[in-house]
Design a protein around this ligand. Sequence first.
Ligand SMILES: Nc1ncnc2c1ncn2[C@@H]1O[C@H](COP(=O)(O)OP(=O)(O)O)[C@@H](O)[C@H]1O
Ligand SMILES: [Mg+2]
Length: 458
Amino acid sequence: MEIQEALQWTDNLIFATTGKHLDSLQRAILEGVWEGKGYQDISDEYHCSNDHVRKSASDLWQLLSDLLGEEVKKKNVRSLIENKIFSSFNGVQIGNIGNNVNLCNDLYNQSKIPRSRSPSPPSNKSEPRHDLSQAPEYNRLYNRTEPLATLKQWILEENSRIITLSGLSGIGKTALARQLVEQIKDNFDRILWRSHRKLPNLETLQSHIIEFLAPTPPSQNPSIINYLNSRNSLLDHLRNHRCLIILDDFQETLTPGELVGNYRPEYQNYGQLIHEIGQLPHNSCLLLLTWEQPLEIATLETETCACKTLPVLGLGKLATEILSARQLKDEKKWPELIQLYSGNPLWLNIIASTILDLFNGSVQEYLSYPTLFLGDLEPILKQHYQRLSESEKIIIQWLATQDQPVKISQKPPELLSDADFLKAIQSLKRRSLLEKSSGLTLQPVIKQYVKNLSEKCF
Ligand SMILES: Nc1ncnc2c1ncn2[C@@H]1O[C@H](COP(=O)(O)OP(=O)(O)O)[C@@H](O)[C@H]1O
Ligand SMILES: [Mg+2]
């Protein structure tokens, strides 16, 4: 196999995930290793130090290991890449990146892709239109290979119609969706990203979507006004084009202060619309990013396999990458810090700033401080707490006083009636505020926030 082919394939693979191309040194390393050269020869030819080449090579092998799901080293890189290219050419499932034939075929040769999401009907063919103006820029993500593979499987292979990414703020829903869009955008005629923070009501949302999906821009098509508010026309558009619609901060449509699931008055008929999008046949996909799972989604998931929810979880031990990027000290103590902040990338970044500011970067000193410090996390946690109903607050305050996970059957009789208790537990789960474990328990940060609140009250 020619090195140019391997370079192109590797470059595509890396670009699809990180948005960055191979740099000239990485190309020189790959080329050199392909030809059996040592690092010393490569550094001589590239006119840089041996250490620099070794470091760059080690980063490149690590990145490729992450993407391919196998350990890549100088010794095996050539045979691994040759095998992957050969496999992807023959439609064999490969790699962690996507664990998915389509992506790798995609990377190798767009024209060869057998897509299971069928293309738009020919009469509706028009230039792809993508509006990501409300989406954030995308950065390199740690430990998201598996969820990305799952999402691609659901969307590209299984034609899911609604997918919900749920999780507390800062866990990485938006970042994950952004990365996903970058990897699958070529499979859609229309991509629209909207945030509910910027949409005042359901009508505005529908008109945004219909305007965007209409075959010609509304300025050239006055008749669009006639069907702006019609749900049927929205569904027609979802049938006529392969659309990916991402709606971020979906929790903004739900009423705070009540159990999860009731829409604000201005979003009253949203549930019905979601139900139709989930139930009726079409070839598009709605991606909802939310702190709280809407009720219709929970019901739809039991009715059709075309609707799925992916809870976005903490980064686990790979969150060390964040701490390392922030140049914190006491690496041995990092796992403890990650566990306390549940591997939440936003929380870890915020607390890393505090540790740098107040403890000169020493995680050990920070952890020896007697109470878990929340600092700039408080306003974020407050937003979650303020959305709770009274019964949920009662449960969460009770759980904050428990040292061990408790069983549902351990509920003190005076706390709430059995029915109210179970409703509130279910609602807290839909808000990702209860940990999935053998019993009921709170994340350490949430527990501390609630404890602080109770102390303020007395
Ligand atoms: N897997 C990840 N690796 C590194 N940083 C991440 C990861 N996921 C999210 N982040 C960062 O954490 C912050 C919060 O992520 P974001 O996607 O906005 O969370 P959410 O949408 O769940 O509130 C952002 O700065 C984002 O870049
Ligand atoms: Mg977000």
